[in-house]
Design a protein around this ligand. Structure first.
Ligand code: ARG
Length: 570
């Protein structure tokens, strides 16, 4: 639609120039003002002329009338001035030719804006804490983060996905103590991360009774920091075991990271930044700790060093940002975490600015709301949490049951159940705007009717099946659009690029989810109201197959942007 908007805006500009010779208004400005009316009865595009009344010093109805007078543009079937709006009814055949051909030519590139132009974006997301459960609270950072990566890649950015593993800290001292006291190598090798979490939970329970365990843990962590060989070996093993488990989940989601440099990697990179803060006189001592005072900026102080000189979360983030700037030369660094960490990011972004790094304004924090399941809030400390892998397993199991019942002969049943089950969770999760808290209702997420993942994947499969039966359409044939449903589908398909731009601009994968729903419902209306394969007229049949093929391409491209797999058959 961007192309159509552009030529229409140029025509409108011409009209405005001749009616208001002194006015200075460009086609670009007009393009920004164009709107999609809520109802196709009011046109396919409209210009609300009150937006021009100040510049043109004229009343909206007059402006609309002046533009409408003798308006002529090949893509427009009819145009009218109504209540201060200039309404445009687009020509269905023109649009179909333009949009369907573009989709069939660009294929997996259709809808991709050229925004990034080789610029580098670094994305820090998922980043679980090793040996602590990978739970449903991590779903947000994982899927929002990866969607933002896909969106930026699609727009031509060079993206670096970083999993900033929480692989350092006093929890390893605890784990080492717990392992030596109660651990069992074979059991852990078999049971993986769950066994580590059990040890961690047991440590906390025992330390309640015997506080000396905490001192022991501190000691072991200190030894680890000093490079004690045995402790280092244990630590590496804990990290490996955890990573193997995360990777299973990432694989299910189709996620790969470009870097797994976790917190431990930055240990030797912090002193230089601490020294710089000291040299610049930015640090002051407060009750023995080193802080950067941010009162002037309306924030509590940013903690750099504890009383015992050990580093803190912000210290590490500052060092990591400097390293990433030097290594990747990013044009934008995105961090996706729960909104609970917003202050942390505001604080250290400010410190980076005060340190004189001129790229401070390239740092972006993307927060998101909380998740509860069936109304229950999640506790993290107690070990009583819903693990991501369990949630996925449950979704897959339920979808399998549905498939077994409805389509027992489906080939690749397992693969499909996995794609649909996980797709359902992701789709449901990403449906609302990211800051909204979510209450996860499994039944709703998995339903095949309603605005769900299974519904849109089913729609995709339906388009595939039409094409399988009807054969690939001939793009060189003349198109003919005869039904409203066809025109509406073309319109829906045409706005993909605009939605991608909006999603990137607002860091909102939900924009793509809503778009997928729009396309799916337009396709299903078309599918139910227009005969496709049984039509005699060759041109109509071919146009309809082109529509099915275009829908397949656009849905497929959009799925890829929100961590959903394509399912040719369900
Ligand atoms: N590991 C942290 C957590 O689970 C998230 C890390 C986010 N990224 C960052 N650069 N601070 O809370």
């Amino acid at each position: 639609m961007l192309y159509i908007k552009k030529i229409i805006s140029e025509k409108i500009e011409e009209k405005v120039r001749s009616a208001y010779p002194e006015a200075e208004i460009g086609a670009d400005t007009i393009e920004q003002m164009l709107e999609y009316p809520p109802d196709a009865k009011m046109g396919d595009l409209a210009l609300p002329c009150f937006k021009l009344s100040k510049t043109l010093r004229n009343a909206p109805p007059r402006i609309a009338a002046a533009i409408a007078d003798g308006f002529d543009c090949p893509c427009v079937e009819r145009a009218e001035a109504l209540n201060g709006y200039f309404n445009l009814y687009l020509d269905g055949n023109y649009m179909a030719r333009k949009v369907l051909l573009e989709i069939s030519e660009k294929k997996e590139k259709y809808g991709a804006p050229s925004l990034g132009d080789g610029k580098v974006v670094v994305l820090d997301y998922s980043s679980p804490n090793v040996a602590k459960p990978f739970h449903i609270g991590h779903l947000g950072t994982t899927v929002i983060g990866h969607s933002l990566k896909r969106l930026h890649e699609f727009a031509g950015y060079k993206c670096v996905g970083i999993n900033y593993l929480g692989d350092w800290g006093t929890q390893f001292g605890k784990l080492i103590v717990a392992y030596r006291m109660w651990g069992n190598k074979e059991l852990i090798e078999e049971g993986g991360i769950d066994k580590l979490v059990e040890l961690y939970v047991k440590f906390h329970a025992e330390a309640e009774k015997d506080a000396s365990l905490n001192d022991k843990a501190r000691e072991e962590f200190h030894k680890l920091e000093q490079g004690d060989e045995e402790n280092i070996a244990l630590w590496q093993w804990f990290v490996e075991i955890s990573l193997a488990e995360y990777q299973k989940t990432y694989k299910q989601l189709g996620i790969e990271f470009d870097s797994y440099k976790g917190e431990s990697f930055y240990t030797d990179k912090m002193p230089a930044q601490v020294q710089k803060l000291r040299d610049m006189g930015l640090m002051k001592i407060d009750d023995g700790a080193s802080i950067v005072d941010l009162e002037e900026y309306g924030m509590p102080p940013c903690l750099i060093l504890k009383r015992d000189g050990s580093t803190l979360y912000p210290t590490r983030d500052i060092a990591a940002a400097v390293y990433r700037k030097e290594t990747y030369g990013f044009d934008k660094a995105i961090y996706v975490t729960s909104a609970g960490q917003s202050l942390h990011f505001k604080q250290w972004f400010k410190v980076v600015e005060l340190m004189g790094y001129d790229w401070y304004d390239k740092l972006v924090h993307v927060p998101y709301g909380t998740v509860s399941i069936n109304g229950e809030k999640l506790a993290t400390r107690t070990g009583n949490v819903i693990l991501l892998k369990d949630l996925f397993a449950l979704a897959i199991e339920k979808v399998s049951a549905i498939i077994n019942e409805k389509n027992p002969d489906l080939p690749n049943r397992e693969e499909t159940a996995e794609a649909v089950g996980i797709g359902a969770v992701v789709f449901y999760y990403l449906s609302g705007s990211r800051m909204k808290d979510i209450n996860f209702l499994m039944e709703d997420a998995l339903s095949f009717d309603g605005n769900t993942g299974p519904y849109v994947q089913y729609t995709y499969a339906r388009a595939c099946s039409v094409l399988e039966k009807g054969g690939e359409p001939d793009a060189s044939m003349e198109f003919t659009v005869t039904a409203d449903e066809e025109k509406e589908l073309v319109k829906a398909l045409s706005t993909f690029e605009e939605k991608v731009l909006e999603a990137i601009d607002t860091y909102e994968p939900s924009v793509i989810i809503r778009y997928i729903l729009d396309v799916a419902s337009a396709f299903n209306r078309f599918y139910h109201n227009c005969t496709i394969l049984g039509v005699d007229d060759e041109k109509i049949r071919n146009t309809r197959l082109m529509l099915a093929s275009a829908t397949k391409t656009v849905l497929g491209n959009a799925f890829g942007l929100v961590c959903m797999k394509k399912t040719e058959k369900i």
